[in-house]
Design a protein around this ligand. Structure first.
Ligand SMILES: *Cc1c(COP(=O)(O)O)cnc(C)c1O
Length: 371
């Protein structure tokens, strides 16, 4: 008997998001070797698409590393951080903290700029944290999925450069959903994943190194994430590891779909659906944690109203409607639900479904629902 799922879940959590049907079909194409000419043509095409979609400057190296968003994070960190590197990490939530931990594991002397969970980093706070001088790298998260906050990377990254530091940016839940401009914003290294705003299953992490980062790379202590060895595969066709052809197909198809929709219309769709969700939530007296101007379109940190059993609501949604939403992480556990509207999950149809399901879940707890 098969243990595989036969029901589609409506994925409205912090990731994975819904996989686009065309991408599902791509997975069924024949398995090929990682050095097959067909796969090599696909990875060349993926590189070119990623340079365009990241809006990366000339002289950048964009590719995808085997693994999830965390593998992208580790690739960026492992090639820019060495023992004794001085790194400032902007910590606005769980993923900023993960970035700080990773830099520490690679031997950096880490200074954390801690920001209250639910708020974005103020450029003046970064300026004063950097005024001590001597930092090699500033690492920060664009879309903080644990709190639903968008950090103003366009204003933060140039401040890091004024102080002589490289910039490393986590765009795991913004790439393909929010405006992101690696060249104009002065981002030196950036990474994402496939299962959030790109509409593919997890397993390949897009990464880009700009010219400044390529020039200031360090001797990499990781074998799997060594940029030099990954360049040998992607550019010089040398064996490094057996990249999954099925995942190459899904990434290729997902990026093709993003370019067909167009970056700007895709950003506009995510913005529109975020506002549609907020309007609908208001009818249930619900709102989100971050203030206006600091909110993600891709991840909505919905505040749990007093007297509601938040875990029971998630269970009701899953059992009765096959809808998944996320719980709060760390200090926000029990305080928020995380509603992701990423990629194919950013759809008015699914928002209407979610609102009906939430009404049902609240009614099951004997709550009057309408404002
Ligand atoms: C999801 C996420 C990650 C980790 O990605 P995985 O694919 O789970 O490894 C890192 N950073 C942010 C901001 C994320 O949202």
């Amino acid at each position: 008997m098969s243990l595989l799922p036969d029901n589609t879940r409506i994925l409205l959590g912090p990731g994975p998001s819904m996989t686009v049907p065309r991408v599902m079909r791509a997975m069924a194409a024949p398995t090929l070797s990682h050095l097959d000419p067909v796969v090599l043509a696909l990875i060349d095409d993926i590189r070119a698409r990623l340079v365009r979609l990241f809006l990366a400057p000339e002289g950048s190296f964009a590719f995808a590393v085997s693994g999830t968003g965390t593998a992208g994070m580790e690739t960026a960190v492992a090639n820019l951080v060495a023992a004794g590197s001085r790194v400032l990490v902007v910590v606005t939530g769980y993923f900023g903290d993960r970035l700080a931990q990773m830099c520490e594991r690679y031997g950096a002397s880490v200074t954390r700029l801690e920001v209250e969970w639910g708020r974005a980093c103020d450029p003046d706070a970064l300026r004063s944290a950097l005024s001590a001088g001597g930092f090699d790298l500033v690492a920060m998260v664009h879309a903080e999925t644990s709190t639903g906050v968008l950090n103003p990377i366009d204003r933060l990254a140039p401040i890091a450069h004024e102080h002589g530091a490289l910039t490393l940016v986590d765009a795991v839940s913004s790439f393909g959903g929010h405006p992101l401009d690696v060249a104009a914003w002065e981002i030196d290294a950036c990474y994402s994943c496939t299962q959030k705003c790109l509409g593919a299953p997890s397993g390949m992490a897009p990464v880009v190194f700009g010219p400044r980062a390529l020039a200031r790379r360090v001797k990499c202590r990781s074998f799997y994430f060594d940029l030099q060895l990954l360049e040998d595969h992607w550019l010089r066709r040398k064996y490094h590891h057996t990249m999954s052809s099925a995942l190459v197909y899904t990434l290729s198809e997902a990026l093709t779909i993003v370019e067909e929709e167009g970056l700007e219309s895709r950003w506009a769709r995510h913005e529109r659906n975020h506002h549609f969700l907020l309007d609908r939530l208001q009818t249930l007296n619900l709102s989100v944690l971050p203030p206006v101007g600091e909110r993600l379109w891709t991840l909505n940190a919905v505040k749990v109203p007093p007297g509601i059993d938040e875990a029971a609501v998630r269970k009701h949604l899953l059992d009765e409607f096959s809808i998944e939403i996320g719980a709060g992480l760390g200090a926000l556990g029990g305080k928020i639900w995380r509603v992701g509207l990423m990629g194919a999950s950013s759809s008015p149809q699914l928002i209407v479904l979610l609102l009906g399901a939430l009404e049902s879940a609240f009614a099951a707890q004997g709550r009057a629902i309408h404002a």
